[in-house]
Write a protein that binds this ligand. Structure first.
Ligand code: KIV
Length: 277
């Protein structure tokens, strides 16, 4: 049930993120895929909630982000937006455009970006890639849809690269990434996720562009940080990259609670009289 007594706060906008970069105020971003989690994140003061296509992995159990569809992203997005609206309504909500929803043509990309924006009351879309998608990004931003970029390890291209190892370690690749960042800035992105690249390269990108950078495994000099919520809450058990700080071991906590519940039910210890009518 919505709590209508919650105090509403000014919504985080693209302009606010620019101001935060200018003032050296760090941006806190996390992923969410459902209503309840979105409420918790908004209440805790998260600036940007990303409805990541990582839902394909951590929500649906696929090995990669590739299978998730536009319709499935919209389903998650609607739940997250409702969660934010039920709380302070402060957090910006960004939706990942899934694999093959923007690569075929600029027109197709615009149609899908428009559908994602129209079907939810979200704030922006996120696309992965550099020069290859710069024209598409421009087409979408020219239409008035804010776009967040994503460079470095781009999980939708995992089959091309064949591994999740750190990107742009060699100087040529690093220069290319820096060029891509500037191209995306020119194409109109309002912020840029930098995933799994050396910290000194992330720092170079951050000081070379006017848009905020948001790092994941990209060191502390980015303008903000993002993590996948399931990783930082310790819900994911098989994924332990060094950039994830586990703030709590929810997997063990939930296992324990459920084991005790099963035990209570089996021995007739639940429900008790005061839990019955
Ligand atoms: O899908 C996702 O969760 C992401 C983050 C890792 C940035 O793109």
């Amino acid at each position: 049930m919505n709590d209508h007594s919650v105090k509403k706060l000014p919504h985080v906008t693209t302009r606010k993120l620019f101001e935060m970069k200018a003032q050296g105020e760090k941006i806190a971003m996390l992923t969410a895929y459902d209503y309840t989690t979105a409420r918790i994140l908004d209440r805790a003061g998260v600036d940007v909630i990303l409805v990541g296509d990582s839902a394909s992995n951590v929500f649906s159990g696929h090995n990669t982000t590739l299978p998730i569809t536009v319709e499935e992203m919209i389903y998650h997005a609607k739940a997250v937006v409702r969660g934010v609206q039920a709380e302070t309504s402060r957090a910006m909500v960004v939706i990942d455009m899934p694999f093959m929803s923007y690569q075929l043509s600029g027109e197709e990309a615009l149609r899908n970006a428009g559908k994602i924006m129209k079907d939810n009351e979200c704030d922006a879309v996120k696309l992965e890639g550099g020069r290859v998608i710069a024209e598409t990004v421009k087409r979408i931003t020219d239409t008035g849809i804010p776009v967040m970029g994503h460079l470095g390890l781009i999980p939708q291209s995992i089959y091309k690269f064949g591994s999740y190892k750190v990107r742009a370690r060699d100087p040529k690749e690093a220069d290319e990434l820096l060029r891509d960042a500037k191209l995306l800035e020119e194409a109109g992105v309002f912020a840029l996720v930098l995933e799994k690249i050396p910290a000194d390269l992330a720092a170079r990108v951050t000081s070379s562009v006017s848009i905020p950078t948001i790092g994941i495994g990209a060191g502390s000099d980015c303008d903000g940080q993002v993590l996948v919520i399931n990783d930082m809450l310790g819900l994911s058990t098989e994924f332990h990259p060094r950039f994830v700080r586990k703030y709590v071991d929810l997997n063990s906590i939930m296992q324990d609670a459920v084991t005790r519940y099963v035990d209570d039910v089996r021995r007739g210890g639940f429900p008790l009289e005061d839990e019955s009518y």
